[in-house]
Design a protein around this ligand. Structure first.
Ligand code: NAG
Ligand code: NAG
Ligand code: NAG
Length: 247
């Protein structure tokens, strides 16, 4: 009888250990699932975007951007999409930050990324519906025009930095549909048509969150009206080399 009871408690002990190990392995496996959280659709969009582009070389065309970025980053200046591979979770790719709960890509900082090529309106860059910050500064997308599809970020984007990107053509009207923008830097591109007064007015007067607007080297060529209302959130407005006239 006693022996039987001992055997029973042993088997209970065994079962408890077994359940305990089962629990531990379940917990650790769910942690490893959690560390691989990038949205597959968004990771695919980024990989296609990578394939649309090339890396800058040492030719004279890219000398200015290459020199500046090498001064800033030293040996940290390399093609930023180099580690974008399916074998690595996209939240761990260089320049990519995800929301760790949802796996959505929320921040893409490809500044000084050694990237060149054309960004077409059908680019999968615009398939990132939760993107809050986009920095493409100091790459060479000449002669791309800034696509109207930028409007796909209208409900999410707060920071847009397109400084020194080589964009041509016109600043699209859709820029004014980015209602959440806090930082907008369009400086030093090759926009060859002047900024539409409607776009300028909208940015300056109707942006309810805008704090920092840099239009350095964007051709405006307007004569300012005598009185001009500016959105109260604006703290920094850079209008160097815009051809703006008036008092
Ligand atoms: C995107 O548009 C460009 C230019 O119009 C075209 O050459 C390219 O094939 C298109 N890519 C896709 C995936 O449709
Ligand atoms: C845009 O990016 C460039 C390069 O990183 C930086 O110098 C500049 O200050 C940025 N602009 C804004 C508005 O943050
Ligand atoms: C700015 O908003 C006002 C009223 O909200 C509107 O009348 C005006 O047309 C808007 N300005 C632009 C340039 O869209």
């Amino acid at each position: 009888m006693q022996l039987e009871m001992m055997m029973m408690s042993n088997s209970k002990l065994f079962i408890s250990f077994f359940l305990f190990f089962l629990f531990i392995s379940f917990v650790s496996s769910s942690f490893s699932i959690n560390s691989h959280i990038c949205s597959p659709v968004q990771s695919h969009a980024l990989l296609l975007f990578k394939q649309e582009l090339f890396f800058t070389d040492h030719s004279i065309k890219y000398r200015y951007v290459n020199n500046i970025c090498r001064d800033w980053l030293g040996s940290g200046y390399y093609p930023i999409t180099m580690n974008w591979k399916t074998s690595i979770d996209c939240c761990n790719w260089d320049g990519v930050i995800c929301n760790h709960l949802t796996g959505d890509v929320i921040d893409l900082d490809l500044s000084c990324g050694m990237l060149r090529g054309t960004i077409h309106p059908n680019s999968t860059l615009f398939h990132l519906p939760h993107l809050q910050r986009l920095n493409l500064a100091f790459n060479s997308f000449f002669p791309s025009q800034l696509p109207h599809e930028i409007v796909s970020f209208s409900t999410s984007l707060t920071h847009l930095n397109l400084s020194e990107c080589g964009f041509t053509g016109q600043v699209p009207t859709s820029t004014t549909f980015l209602h959440k923008l806090v930082y907008l830097d369009l400086s030093h591109n090759y926009f060859d048509s002047r900024l539409e007064p409607r776009v300028l007015n909208n940015l300056l007067q109707n942006s309810t969150h805008l704090r920092h607007l840099s239009l350095d080297d964007v051709h405006i060529g307007l004569v300012l009206p005598a009185y001009f209302n500016i959105t109260p959130t604006l703290k920094l407005l850079d209008l160097r080399s815009t051809g703006l006239q008036g008092k």
